[in-house]
Design a protein around this ligand. Structure first.
Ligand SMILES: [Ca+2]
Ligand SMILES: [Ca+2]
Length: 275
């Protein structure tokens, strides 16, 4: 990226932050983020989760959920177009900086293969955007914490299905299963999926002009602002704790793009406390 484009990128990010859903106070504002291509290779800034979550200290259950909602709702936002660039950074293949890792297939694919054709990768909304009908305007539809690169065809197979165990094997995506009303991701990302869904439930509580997103224990939620099944997601979170890849992307979203964190990656035990 040229210096001119870097400056444009930084200016765009600042402009986006200023029109974000939540006003970022001066003490929380930081210098404009580094552009994605250099941030991807730079050391990730160390975070301080204990300070970040100070207001939630000692809380449990509904009080913890409410406190976390307040904490993570102070954020910057990115546009849907900027999501492409961000995902090339957050989901970069640790073994090949020219590639990203697709969520469900687990395959490494060239960053430049983003698009809408068969064999390309596109932007998977893990909290399906029809569940609450938030679309791709700036807000839940562009929230990087639940957006992942995915093969166009497999993304289409997942569609807007709820999550549950069972079904038949998904073609081209080893370890994933689906039936008429649900999708089961491969084991290595089961916890990631659970923590993304639960982040969305805490972050979106009916403010900002968007629906109150909540998990439930059903499938076939359709366009309701709900995703199931909660009991299965809780199991998946325990089965597949946060790994280096998941922690790195949480860190990059915090330091470079949104200034907010997924509490369940930092504190997986909070899943049980709240649900
Ligand atoms: Ca995982
Ligand atoms: Ca909610």
């Amino acid at each position: 990226m040229s210096r001119r484009n870097k400056l444009r990128w930084a200016a765009a990010l600042v402009a986006t932050a200023s029109i974000g859903m939540v006003t970022v106070t001066p003490t929380q504002a930081r210098p404009a983020a580094a552009p994605a291509d250099s941030a991807a290779t730079a050391a990730v800034a160390a975070s301080d989760p204990s300070t970040y979550y100070a207001a939630a200290a000692g809380k449990t259950g509904a009080a913890l959920k409410s406190s976390l909602h307040t904490i993570i709702s102070t954020q910057s936002t990115v546009s849907y177009d900027q999501v492409w660039t961000a995902l090339k950074n957050t989901d970069q293949d640790p073994a090949n900086t020219a590639n990203v890792i697709e969520l469900y297939t687990g395959k490494s694919i060239a960053k430049t293969r983003n698009g809408g054709n068969t064999g390309d990768w596109n932007r998977e909304h893990v909290w399906a955007k029809s569940h609450g009908d938030f679309g791709t305007s700036t807000g839940p539809g562009t929230d990087l914490h639940h957006l992942r690169p995915e093969d166009v065809t497999v993304n289409s197979i997942r569609g807007n299905k709820d999550f549950d165990n069972g079904g038949t094997a998904v073609s081209g995506a080893a370890g994933n299963y689906t039936d008429a009303d649900s999708f089961e991701p491969r084991s290595a990302v089961k916890g990631d999926v659970a923590r993304m869904i639960l982040y969305m439930a805490v972050r979106y509580d009916g403010g900002d002009g968007f629906a109150d997103l909540e998990p439930n224990d059903r499938v076939s939620n359709g366009s309701l602002p709900a995703i199931g099944r909660l009991s299965v997601l809780k199991q998946w979170s325990l089965q597949d704790p946060p790994d280096t890849f998941e922690k790195r992307r949480n860190e990059i979203i915090y330091s470079t793009y949104q200034r907010n964190r997924n509490p369940f990656i930092d504190h997986p035990e909070w899943v049980e406390s709240i649900w």
